[in-house]
Write a protein that binds this ligand. Structure first.
Ligand SMILES: C[S@@+](CC[C@H](N)C(=O)[O-])C[C@H]1O[C@@H](n2cnc3c(N)ncnc32)[C@H](O)[C@@H]1O
Length: 267
């Protein structure tokens, strides 16, 4: 991830996306239910050790920490991200919870070196940025007993990136779907071992009424807003108008993968 794409998350584009989309809210609603499948949800003595890879500015991490707090679970939450500006935002906005701890580490996934095993490893919307999906998934699976992975599905951000592929900054690995992640995970039988692997998902929506907005388009294409010219903005505008009219809400698929130790009845 270069510095201009990294700054998408500390400046207007990510904030604009968060305002326009219900993705994070739907994520936590789903995860709250899925969490009951995790052995971690039954650990009440001491702190649950959670590793959040690619935690960014903590907007999703805060929702997870709030959920743990509501459940009465103390936690030690480890946030890892290579982009210090986002970690600084995280540290300045997080709400402290007595009996729980937060540690933030500036590091990328490949460089994250620990002998610690976490109760729960979260890699939510991180995998677009890694150059080698298989190596990244192997590493994620090795870091804890139970894992949650989230990745875009075919409709929504992915669809816009496919359409405007040549304008997406950061390399082709940015453009992948949950089906590719699932296919790789299905081949990592040895790494998954006795654990139970399931695919879930939900459909969020993005209000693209403001699709002339540089920040929203820059976020969708993961490119520098300053480099968006009028003709590209207009082309994105026409495309979004065509696929979302009349309500200007873009359905956005999100795949969730749970890797758990226990198989509970469906809840
Ligand atoms: C789409 S954002 C998701 C942020 C957060 N998980 C959320 O859902 O709000 C992707 C994050 O991954 C981080 N990232 C990029 N490359 C990474 C890598 N190689 N290892 C770990 N994190 C990375 C970025 O800095 C960014 O914060």
């Amino acid at each position: 991830m270069d510095s201009s794409t990294a700054s998408l998350y500390t400046s207007g584009p990510f904030a604009t996306y968060l305002k326009a989309s219900n993705e994070k809210q739907l994520f936590i609603e789903h995860f709250r239910r899925l969490y009951l499948r995790y052995r971690a949800s039954r650990l009440y003595g001491g702190q649950v050790k959670v590793l959040d890879l690619g935690c960014g500015n903590g907007v999703t991490s805060q929702l997870v920490m709030d959920m743990l707090t509501e459940r009465g679970q103390k936690f030690h939450y480890f946030g890892v991200d290579p982009h210090q500006g986002q970690l600084d935002q995280f540290a300045s906005t997080v709400s402290a919870v007595s009996g729980s701890q937060l540690s933030l580490l500036q590091c990328d996934l490949a460089g994250f070196d620990t002998s610690e095993q976490f109760d729960l490893v979260i890699a939510y919307q991180l995998l677009y940025h890694v150059p080698d999906l298989t190596a990244a998934l192997r590493k994620i699976l090795s870091l804890g007993r139970e894992v949650l992975i989230g990745h875009h599905g075919p409709r929504g951000i992915h669809q816009v990136q496919e359409q405007f592929r040549q304008h997406v900054t950061g390399g082709p690995h940015i453009i992948s779907t949950d089906s590719e992640v699932e296919a790789i995970l299905a081949g990592l039988e040895a790494e998954i071992g006795e654990r139970h692997f399931e695919r879930h998902g939900f459909v969020a929506s993005i209000d693209v009424n403001s699709f002339r907005n540089h920040n929203l388009v820059a976020f969708l294409l993961q490119c520098d807003p300053a480099k968006l010219d009028d003709s590209l903005l207009y082309a994105v505008h026409l495309y979004l108008e065509r696929i979302t009219s009349p309500d200007f809400r873009l359905p956005h698929d999100v795949g969730l993968f749970t890797i758990t130790n226990l198989t509970h009845p469906r809840l």
